[in-house]
Design a protein around this ligand. Structure first.
Ligand SMILES: Nc1ncnc2c1ncn2[C@@H]1O[C@H](COP(=O)(O)OP(=O)(O)O)[C@@H](O)[C@H]1O
Ligand SMILES: [Mg+2]
Length: 436
């Protein structure tokens, strides 16, 4: 059969040529279209793989929600949390995957998002087979190309881990605070110990005085009893005279009143010491009152002197009285700390000396405690006020004395300075009475 139509065909050769060209072109276009389609398919698949990998690896949970509130996509982390397959969650109402209150909030937030498109942030609980898991939810609107509401994206940060980390942090913080207050207690006990050593030493003298006097009184009472027994028995006058001489009653009568005076002096001394102590402990409340800094400093120095075996006398230079405002018990503690540090520093110093100077300068009261010991080395000057900084052997220093003292000074609206030497020289600055 002839390929070309017969000459009586309605188509001319030219017409056939046109048709063939058109077919060729269409075919070429089809091929190109097909290729473009495949390219785009490949691009789509790559995008899909990219999105899947993102959804797989985010640790926060992520849910893409459709206009109708049904799940369209979930991150692997969300499926894992719910111990499910991503595919099994698609199509379910997103609110059904959260617990009570959270689900309610989620429903409301989705409604609001449709109208306002404002991102919402709230806490909810995912419904997992192991029970509710708290998450911090952020719900944002997803818009179509035309800017219309197309659904929402929910991201959630699981709070379980955060809460656990927070609880652990809280626990170690609490432990730290306990250790710290334990150490502060230790430092307080150490100052109390020093104080008690001073008190014991101080009480020892008058008490032995009282004791010796009472002992003498007992002896004299025995002698007088013997004499009065003879008087009552009606002994002759001559016998009584010689008995008086034998018992040395005349002299013992004088000694008797001396012993009584001695006992009373001793008892009064004990009373004074107790009064001193009372004053100290009454100030433990830390109440701010006007008081005499000179008196408090001298009492403090006296207590440390008595408690230490160094035999160092603390000298004083300054006015007889200087009124300041503060908690006298706390200020006394500062002075005791400074004097004790000075005594420690003077160990091994020949001809040790320590002086407390009090003056009024720049509208403040200034109290300095200086010693002629080795002083604080240049390299340590910045550290001495740090809590727990000590150069003393374990058991002898807590490193809290200066830290606590400087804190107390600041609470008083004052400051504790380390002055340039020679020797150790610390200066406490306090507001004067009446200063605001
Ligand atoms: N007067 C001083 N002379 C020399 N060094 C001092 C003096 N006072 C304090 N220091 C130094 O400051 C450190 C910290 O003192 P402190 O806070 O009272 O703690 P601690 O007395 O328990 O060591 C001391 O260990 C010491 O090295
Ligand atoms: Mg100290």
């Amino acid at each position: 059969m002839p390929i070309l139509p017969a000459t009586d065909s309605p188509f001319s050769d030219d017409a056939w040529g046109d048709v063939l060209t058109a077919v060729d072109r269409t075919y070429a276009e089809l091929v190109e279209y097909q290729e473009r389609l495949e390219r785009q398919n490949e691009e789509l698949r790559a995008a899909r793989r990219f999105i899947d990998s993102v959804l797989d690896s985010v640790s926060d949970v992520m849910v893409v929600v459709g206009r109708d509130g049904a799940v369209e996509e979930v991150s692997a982390s969300f499926a894992r949390a719910l111990q499910s397959e991503p595919g099994a969650l698609v199509g379910r109402a997103v609110t059904a995957l959260f617990e009570g209150d959270g689900a309610l909030r989620l429903g409301q937030a989705l409604e609001a998002l449709r109208l306002s498109r404002e991102t919402a942030r709230f806490e909810g609980e995912m419904m997992t087979p192991e029970g509710p898991q708290p998450v911090e939810i952020v719900l944002a609107a997803r818009l179509s190309d035309g800017g219309r509401y197309a659904g929402a994206v929910l991201t959630g940060r699981p709070l379980g881990e955060l809460r656990k980390a927070y609880a652990e942090l809280e626990a170690s913080h609490r432990q730290l605070k306990e250790t710290q207050s334990q150490l502060v207690r230790n430092e307080k006990l150490a100052s109390l110990g020093r104080l008690l050593a001073g008190v014991a030493h101080e009480l020892n003298n008058p008490i032995s005085f009282v004791y010796a006097s009472v002992h003498a009184l007992e002896k004299y009472v025995g002698q007088f009893e013997t004499y009065f027994e003879r008087v009552q028995a009606g002994a002759p006058r001559q016998e009584l005279i010689s008995l008086r001489e034998e018992l040395k009653l005349e002299r013992n009568l004088r000694n008797l009143s001396q012993a009584i005076t001695g006992a009373r002096d001793g008892a009064e001394r004990v009373r004074d010491i107790v009064a001193d102590l009372r004053r100290l402990s009454a100030d433990g409340t830390g109440e701010r009152v006007p008081f005499d800094l000179v008196e408090v400093a001298q009492v403090a120095a006296r207590w440390v002197e008595r408690g230490s075996k160094s035999g160092i006398d603390v000298g004083y230079e300054g006015p007889d009285s200087l009124r300041v405002t503060g908690a006298p018990g706390h200020v006394q503690q500062i002075v005791m700390n400074l004097v004790q540090n000075g005594m420690d520093a003077l160990r091994g110093t020949e001809a040790p000396q320590m002086t407390i100077r009090i003056a009024q300068r720049d509208g403040k009261a200034q109290l300095s405690v200086c010693d002629n010991g080795p002083g604080v080395p240049e390299a340590l000057r910045a550290s001495v006020f740090d809590p727990f900084f000590t150069t003393k052997p374990v058991g002898q220093g807590t490193g809290l004395g200066l830290a606590i003292s400087s804190k107390i000074a600041e609470e008083h609206g004052g400051r504790l300075h380390l002055d340039p030497g020679p020797g150790g020289c610390f200066r406490l600055e306090l507001p004067l009475e009446g200063a605001s």
